[in-house]
Design a protein around this ligand. Structure first.
Ligand code: ADP
Ligand code: MG
Length: 358
């Protein structure tokens, strides 16, 4: 296992990048701590695979260095980095049996036969393929083949890190949960440094203790699920995490008050006088419906979501979502809303501003 350091890493797929937009990965400076499980979360195209391939050595970064336990491995090929990587789509040897596929990474390293048998058995049970061990991989479904790929990634316990690039994409939904649980279990047992790439927030938040959120080639926040929920560092995190995401409203901020469309909203902290693009962010969970005080909204739709109701409203054409408890009354057309001041986040040019206690 290793601590992996990315020092001023940036990558462009162009030969002669000149401007920031030419970089698929803008500058990233990050330490993946030894033995931690991380999720790398972001929408398609934000640079997750690029970053992962730089860690594994499939890609040499245009700028910066990669260190494993302090040793510079930037120019070291993948094979020498001692890493297991599982890709989005299966990589298996069709002519080999499931057992031979699973044993392959161990055989390659000269592991003795008894250990191979024992490890293959363990992994086969984790991926639920004990009964298919002697079948040829050819002819198996994509789903089964991907399970073999996962198993191959998990079979060695002497790797520096385990990297998973959206590994459950082709797995059926029921099995996804099961396999994610197995991966978590594996981490608890062996404590590998793990990086799990996904575009699915539920997957990220349930798998990892630390979630690295990417947006447009940048790491915008690294935090626990609670931190991402309560204090999104960037408006993108607010909007991307949560269902639905954080409400964002343009506002004027003066000290500990915000003015939204001429209505005053008390804030839980002081911000001085702010200028430029200022927004207030409030999650739907912390918006309350009120009869007589607060911002006037038009109620567009009420949806039942499990034990809550999702109230879709608009204020001057701008959407504001509210999560209301099942029991409370919801007015039919017009209503007023208030925000829990301690749950409000303030953003200047999309980045969160820390308030001062008042
Ligand atoms: P993600 O894994 O988050 O979906 P990628 O790292 O694959 O994102 O891609 C980031 C950006 O780099 C995208 O705009 C993508 O089109 C571009 N890109 C990825 N791979 C290549 C490549 N081999 N050549 C050129 N552009 C690429
Ligand atoms: Mg990708």
């Amino acid at each position: 296992m290793a601590q992996i350091t990315l020092k001023n890493i940036a990558h462009s797929y162009m030969e002669d990048p000149s401007k920031e937009a030419d970089y698929a990965l803008k500058e990233v400076d990050h330490v993946w701590r030894d033995g931690e499980a991380y999720a790398l979360l972001g929408p398609s195209g934000c640079g997750k695979t690029t970053l992962l391939n730089i860690v594994s050595g499939l890609l040499r970064p245009s700028h910066g260095r990669v260190l494993f336990d302090g040793q510079d491995v930037t120019d070291m090929p993948t094979a020498e980095r001692n890493i297991a990587q599982v890709f989005q789509f299966p990589v298996v040897y069709d002519t080999m049996t499931v057992r031979e596929n699973l044993a392959f990474p161990l055989k390659n390293r000269g592991v003795e036969a008894a250990t191979i048998t024992e490890r293959v058995q363990r992994v086969a049970s984790m991926i639920g393929m004990e009964r298919e061990l002697d079948r040829k991989a050819r002819g198996l479904t994509a789903d089964a083949k991907q399970k073999i790929s996962l198993g191959r990634g998990m079979v060695r316990d002497d790797v520096n890190a385990l990297l998973f690039d959206e590994p459950l994409t082709v797995i059926d939904p029921h099995m996804k949960w099961e396999l994610r649980t197995q991966l978590k279990h594996l981490h608890g047992q062996f404590g590998h440094t793990m990086i799990y790439v996904t575009h699915d927030q539920t997957e990220a938040l349930t798998f990892a203790d630390h979630v690295v959120v990417m947006h447009d080639g940048r790491v915008v926040q690294i935090g626990t699920p609670e931190e991402l929920f309560e204090r999104p560092a960037h408006t993108f995190v607010g909007y991307f995490i949560g269902s639905p995401g954080m409400n964002l409203l343009p506002a004027e901020v003066q000290g500990d008050r915000a003015i939204i469309d001429g209505h005053e909203v008390p804030l839980g902290a002081g911000y001085g006088d702010m200028s430029g693009k200022v927004e207030i962010g409030i999650r739907p969970e912390f918006v309350r419906l009120s009869d007589d005080v607060g911002l006037p909204v038009t109620i567009d739709r009420v949806e039942d979501v499990g034990r809550h109701r999702l109230v879709r409203t608009t204020m001057q054409g701008r959407p504001i979502n509210i999560i209301a408890s099942e029991g409370g009354p919801v007015p039919s057309e017009n209503a007023r809303i208030t925000f829990d001041p301690s749950r409000i986040n303030i953003y200047a040019d999309d980045w969160r501003v820390e308030g001062r206690a008042v």
